[in-house]
Design a protein around this ligand. Structure first.
Ligand SMILES: [Zn+2]
Ligand SMILES: [Zn+2]
Ligand SMILES: [Zn+2]
Ligand SMILES: [Zn+2]
Length: 113
């Protein structure tokens, strides 16, 4: 349906409903629901845990240090919640889910490589 618009879930401006990037705030999938960073199950901001995998939807932002709801972006500073694997051969960007890279399995901060 061309021209059908939905409010961006981050900034509430009306955007095309077929995904992409919000032209107002630059965030990805503006019209989509919030999703679990681990299994991509749709979640709500009020949820404490993901109904799909039980993952605790709480994160300490690596950029501003505040704890908040775990989606693709920090609810406090608005930055993308990703960390880059310190392993030079990998460098995979991913949500800050733990100490190990989800791609290469090495310590994400680069120690003990
Ligand atoms: Zn937006
Ligand atoms: Zn999940
Ligand atoms: Zn933050
Ligand atoms: Zn890696």
């Amino acid at each position: 349906m061309p021209g059908y618009k939905k409010p961006c879930k981050y900034c509430n401006e009306l955007v095309e409903s077929d995904g992409g990037v919000c032209p107002y705030c630059g965030k990805i999938d503006p019209a989509d629901e919030f999703r679990c960073p681990k299994c991509r199950h749709p979640v709500k901001k009020e949820y404490k845990a993901c109904p799909g995998c039980g993952f605790e939807l709480k994160v300490v932002c690596p950029l501003c240090g505040k704890e908040g709801f775990f989606c693709d972006y920090c609810v406090h500073c608005g930055k993308r919640l990703t960390v880059r694997c310190a392993n030079k051969k990998c460098g995979f960007e991913q949500p800050p889910l733990g100490d190990k890279c989800i791609k290469c399995g090495k310590n994400i901060k680069g120690e003990n490589i």
